[in-house]
Ligand binder design. Structure first.
Ligand SMILES: NC(=O)c1ccc[n+]([C@@H]2O[C@H](COP(=O)([O-])OP(=O)(O)OC[C@H]3O[C@@H](n4cnc5c(N)ncnc54)[C@H](O)[C@@H]3O)[C@@H](O)[C@H]2O)c1
Length: 244
């Protein structure tokens, strides 16, 4: 489905991003595994036969250097998957402004910085796909994740606008919103508490958390030519936890 496509996946050293990188590679893509953690970026890249590039999405210079490296090596970028993200859970009324900055820098500015470098390449080529991993928190809210929800909601609105702006260049842009997924991030947000995990699992109609592969399968479709006429859409992959 993705034979010979050059696809950048941010935050692909572990978790959902790694699952996405594995799926895209299995479908025939050449995957650029970008992550702030150089060790995991290189490990994932070695496992799937891709290129590992250390990149901090909060740094415009770091992103520009990575995109230039990809352009020099492959000559084009067929798709971009904005996956890097981070959160720290807690009541908003007790929240710390330094944490707001970090959450907004990674989840919102990270997407803006990366798109600012990659979209001009896609415009010049006259084709491309952008798939951004937001969260159902950005659509329906999430207790203890107010600022993260704001950043993810921002990413959803941004993607719709980009989809409108770049349709004339045959570039599509869509959002995938995972529900609770079994990763280190989820564990750090309380998912390592067996009671919370069980309560959440019971609330999900399919009675299980998402695995990275559940998200990756949808991303692979949206990054493929089969989704060429789909743009500005937001797809929840949540086992039915959210349905509207
Ligand atoms: N796990 C969930 O329940 C869940 C639910 C909804 C949405 N999401 C979203 O899915 C995406 C992946 O989350 P995950 O659960 O796999 O998390 P994770 O913490 O397991 O992985 C995130 C990856 O992003 C990388 N990263 C962090 N900051 C970065 C930066 N500044 N530059 C580049 N890379 C950076 C990390 O090194 C890590 O490899 C995130 O956008 C997250 O918000 C996750």
């Amino acid at each position: 489905m993705l034979k010979d496509k050059v696809i950048i996946v941010t935050g692909a050293g572990q978790g959902i991003g790694r699952g996405i990188a594995e799926k895209l590679a299995a479908e025939g893509a050449t995957v650029v595994v970008s992550d702030i953690n150089e060790t995991t970026a290189k490990e994932t890249a070695a496992a799937i036969g891709g290129l590992g590039v250390q990149t901090d999405v909060t740094s415009p210079e770091s992103v520009a250097a990575a995109v230039e490296q990809v352009r020099a090596q492959f000559g084009r970028i067929d798709a971009l998957v904005n996956n890097a993200g981070w959160d720290k859970a807690g009541p908003f009324v007790e929240s710390d402004r330094a944490d707001w900055d970090r959450v907004v820098q990674i989840n919102l500015y990270g997407v803006l910085n990366t798109c600012r470098e990659v979209l001009p390449v896609m415009v010049e080529q006259g084709f491309g796909s952008v798939v951004t991993i937001a969260s159902d928190a950005g659509r329906v809210g999430s207790s203890g994740e107010a600022v993260y929800s704001a950043a993810k909601g921002g990413v959803i609105a941004f993607t719709k606008s980009i989809a409108r702006e770049l349709a004339r260049n045959t570039v599509n842009a869509n959002v995938v919103c995972p529900g609770p997924a079994d990763t280190a991030l989820f564990a750090s947000l309380g998912g390592d508490n067996p009671k919370l995990r069980e309560a959440l699992t019971k609330a999900i109609p399919f009675r299980r958390l998402a695995q990275p592969s559940d998200i990756a399968n949808v991303v692979a479709f949206l990054a493929s030519d089969e989704a060429a006429y789909v743009t500005g859409q937001t797809v929840s992959v949540s086992g039915g936890l959210t349905m509207s």
